[in-house]
Ligand binder design. Structure first.
Ligand SMILES: Nc1nc2c(c(=O)[nH]1)N[C@H]1C(S)=C(S)[C@@H](COP(=O)(O)O)O[C@H]1N2
Ligand SMILES: [Mo]
Length: 319
């Protein structure tokens, strides 16, 4: 285990957001904090099972944007998470009582290391980083979100995919007793997404476990979700329970539902319109109803890091 740098979150982004803590959560968070005095570094990353508990040992990332993050309220009340309903406020309203524990993640397919891991054991080997990313939804709205996450590239390396592995497929929890939206066939459950191995090992891709320096809220995908900032929001699968290394391009929920509208790649691209609307501009959530839309950037502004992944690909056909 490498020695980590001390926590280095920009205080301005966190202090105003952390007032709420119920007594039970407060006590549990306290117990974790006490434990960390004995050496959280030596134990690896620890994500407490307590709402809005602060995450320890988070370092800042060189990949963060310096744009102002959206408010905690914007980020946690305007969501897409169809397992909790299709309205933008549904996940906030219907996911409050969801318990993201116990939680296991199964890793299978073409990899040397496989198995079913308890969430804490899964993330323990990896360092926590704050990554303030621009996020762009296919519905032409955007936000800036201060995630806390672990590098997906590190995770992939850890499980040692074999030469047969060309893609990584992810699946969301599919438990009707805990997710009311699953009773409707708004999508073919479980929610599924995938990346090429090259995409999954790009340094920008993360698995997020936190937001604003705190444990990830349920409506944003607790306890662990994917974040790929150069792709449309729907690639960012929430509540991940399975990660599978595959030889063939995996099925993806939105692509299965509407193949003409949602492709496998789903790179943010202002030049390729969605069949029903333009993708050239975006509305920044929180900017006010009368604020003008801003231009959308190729690869959501992350071209320097990711354009090389697609140099041999026709991005009009591979949308
Ligand atoms: N399991 C699951 N993951 C999901 C979705 C979903 O419906 N179910 N919606 C996606 C879409 S369309 C978007 S825009 C993002 C929204 O993430 P956020 O609510 O944290 O901003 O989650 C993505 N991940
Ligand atoms: Mo989306």
């Amino acid at each position: 285990m490498l020695i980590k740098k001390p926590a280095d979150i920009r205080p301005s982004e966190i202090t105003s957001q952390s007032n709420y803590c119920n007594r039970r959560d407060f006590l549990r968070a306290g117990a974790i904090a006490g434990g960390s005095l004995l050496g959280a570094n030596a134990l690896g990353a620890v994500v407490p099972d307590a709402r809005r508990a602060k995450l320890a040992d988070v370092r800042a990332s060189e990949f963060s944007t310096d744009e102002t993050p959206n408010s905690y309220e914007d980020i946690t009340t305007y969501n897409n998470y169809y397992e909790f309903g299709t309205g933008k406020a549904d996940p906030f309203e219907n996911a409050q009582d969801f318990e993201p524990r116990p939680w296991t993640i199964t890793v299978d397919g073409h990899a040397e290391k496989k198995g079913t891991f308890d969430f804490d054991d899964f993330i323990k080997p990896f360092d926590l980083e704050e990554r303030i990313y621009r996020m762009r939804c296919v519905e032409a709205w955007s936000m800036v979100i201060p995630w806390v996450g672990i590098s997906l590239a590190e995770v992939v390396k850890h499980f040692k995919p074999t030469s047969k592995a060309k893609y990584v497929a992810f699946e969301t929890l599919n438990d009707r007793s805990r997710m009311p939206g699953l009773r409707r066939r708004s999508l073919d459950w479980p929610y599924r997404e995938g990346l090429t191995i090259a995409e999954a090992t790009n340094p920008l891709a993360i698995l997020a476990v936190g937001l604003y320096g705190e444990v990830l809220p349920n409506q944003n995908g607790a306890p662990i979700r994917l974040v790929v900032p150069w792709k449309y929001g729907f690639k960012g699968i929430k509540g991940i329970v399975r990660m599978r290394f595959t030889e063939r391009q995996p099925d993806c929920s939105w692509n299965m539902a509407q193949p003409r509208e949602y492709g496998f790649y789903a790179n943010v691209n202002p030049d390729v319109d969605h069949p029903r609307w333009s993708q050239a501009r975006e509305r920044r959530i929180g900017a006010g109803l009368f604020a003008s839309k801003q231009p959308t950037l190729m690869f959501n502004g992350y071209g320097e890091q990711v354009a090389h992944l697609y140099k041999d690909l026709d991005l009009r056909r591979n949308y």
